[in-house]
Design a protein around this ligand. Structure first.
Ligand SMILES: Cc1cc2nc3c(=O)[nH]c(=O)nc-3n(C[C@H](O)[C@H](O)[C@H](O)COP(=O)(O)OP(=O)(O)OC[C@H]3O[C@@H](n4cnc5c(N)ncnc54)[C@H](O)[C@@H]3O)c2cc1C
Length: 455
């Protein structure tokens, strides 16, 4: 198929990467974003918000020639550091292979790198402050509104891609049509970002990890059963903490704990080792909003020459650190489908065929991983399960690969990873069952021998 004109709605992570790929494949790309141009305030100081990039994301960035640009400031996290209520934190490696790590990168730096790369392509135009307000599927056109000026305009293209995030306007327009399946499940938990500053200039500046207040090469977790806090390192020595609490109810919930002072009092009981590291905890808690988390599943992803990509097609909860990684995989799948098809219709069918089942699989695994992170990681049984998995992986590296490795350190399709993870669990359960039966049988034989030997 000859490359034509493509209109991408949303210059977030996925939309910007897709613009790079398609421009280099010869498409004339128009990238339109609702927000203001983030490049205008690129050097503005502000607190870092980070996200974890792993094998799938790195592969996609490499294809765009951006691996070095993005990964030069990444901080490797090779395991979880578990903080109990009392006692010292304990380290749990992610993989039997100590060279494997997920990577903490700045979300805004990643978005800027992708946007810069897109804008540097001669056949890309980027427009900001324009919100997709409606979509005409028959015409392949989108009407945009500038909310500040009230100006509207309509753009038409051979291919329209809705890369406008979890609350996608393009998807909302698709919903108004028949035979569009859609589900949206909000988690009962919300999240709030908090902050651990670097220790530079403070009394702890000579600590073992300075300028970091804690071990930088780990993802820190404070598992508390129903809730948790996590912290990821930033290049400036700070950590971005994210508190995951229920929206409603008593105990650790955003409904029950509303003020900064209440939060501080609660933290002294539930997260005591974090309190000395968080000098602005009360202010941050009072100021920062509570975010919601949603799982979106829909099908079909395409209507006519309009399709969905990234969170617009499949928002997932963040507990496997895969939302952006999966969205980058979508970009690769779409550009490959276009390159190998005779028409846009054929390409969109191929794209969906390769992605929908995988998107549903990572949505399921991300939900399950919340229970693992907030509850299981603090249990001894979990540590033993991981030790058994890593030992089996060392013994049989070709046949037994733990689920975490398949998801984070490989590009095996998510649906296949999920199935192999379930098979691993069955094998471990069967092995433990057989071992337990052998022990019981051995004890029974010993008892028989002893009782026979005693007259
Ligand atoms: C707390 C949290 C932590 C996360 N951590 C990780 C992680 O560690 N690793 C990971 O891989 N993923 C993580 N994710 C998920 C990741 O952020 C998303 O999967 C990723 O941003 C999806 O990229 P996207 O381009 O599809 O959507 P977005 O990045 O949301 O981009 C959508 C863009 O569309 C624009 N837009 C929206 N509406 C319109 C409109 N009507 N018209 C025009 N433009 C519009 C938006 O302004 C935005 O720029 C996390 C998510 C959350 C909430």
């Amino acid at each position: 198929m000859q490359p034509g004109r493509v209109l991408i709605v949303g210059a977030g992570l996925a939309g910007s990467l897709l613009a790079v790929y398609l421009a280099r494949a010869g498409w004339k790309v128009e990238l339109v974003e609702r927000r203001a141009d983030p490049r205008a305030r690129r050097f503005a100081a502000g607190r870092s918000i980070n996200l974890a990039i792993s094998a799938r994301g790195i592969k996609a960035l490499k294809r765009a020639g951006l691996e070095d640009t993005v990964m030069k400031d990444a901080i490797r996290m090779s395991g979880r550091m578990i903080h109990p209520v009392a006692g010292a934190p304990g380290y749990q490696p992610y993989s039997a292979d100590p060279t494997r790590a997920i990577n903490s990168v700045s979300r805004s730096a990643l978005n800027l790198a992708l946007l810069d790369a897109a804008a540097a392509e001669p056949n890309v135009t980027v427009a900001f402050d324009e919100r997709c307000a409606s979509v005409d599927f028959a015409a392949g056109s989108v009407t945009f509104v500038n909310d500040a000026t009230g100006a509207t305009r309509t753009a038409t293209a051979d291919l329209v891609v809705g890369a406008d995030g979890a609350y996608s306007a393009v998807r909302a327009a698709m919903q108004k049509n028949e035979r569009f399946n859609y589900s949206q499940d909000f988690l009962g938990h919300g999240y709030k970002e908090l902050h651990i500053p670097p220790v530079v200039g403070s009394a702890a500046a000579t600590g073992p990890h300075a300028p970091f207040a804690m071990e930088p090469n780990a993802l820190h977790i404070w598992p508390r059963g129903e809730s948790m806090m996590i912290a990821l390192p930033n290049p400036d020595g700070s950590f971005t903490c994210t508190l995951f609490w229920r929206h409603d109810g008593a105990g650790s919930s955003f409904a029950a704990i509303k003020t900064g002072d209440d939060a501080l009092a609660h933290f002294r009981k539930a997260y005591p080792d974090a309190v000395p590291l968080m000098p602005t905890l009360a202010e941050d808690f009072a100021r920062n909003p509570v975010g919601t988390m949603v799982t979106v599943r829909c099908a079909p992803w395409s209507r006519g020459r309009v399709t969905l990509l990234g969170d617009a097609a499949h928002a997932v909860v963040p507990f496997y650190g895969q939302g952006a990684n999966a969205s980058f995989e979508d970009c690769e799948a779409l550009v490959d489908a276009l390159a190998s098809s005779a028409s846009i219709g054929e390409a969109l069918c191929k794209y969906e065929d390769t992605r929908v089942a995988n998107a549903n699989a990572i949505a399921d695994m991300a939900l399950r991983n919340f229970i693992e992170m907030r509850d299981l990681t603090g249990r001894r049984s979990f540590k033993w399960k991981k030790k058994i998995e890593h030992a089996l992986n060392r013994l049989m590296p070709a046949t037994f690969v733990p689920l975490y490795d398949l998801v984070s350190f490989s590009t095996v399709p998510y649906a296949e990873a999920k199935a192999r993870g379930a098979a691993n669990d069955r094998a471990i359960r069967t092995g433990i069952g057989v071992a337990a039966s052998l022990v019981v049988a051995a004890v029974a034989v010993a008892v028989l021998l002893v009782t026979k030997a005693i007259p």
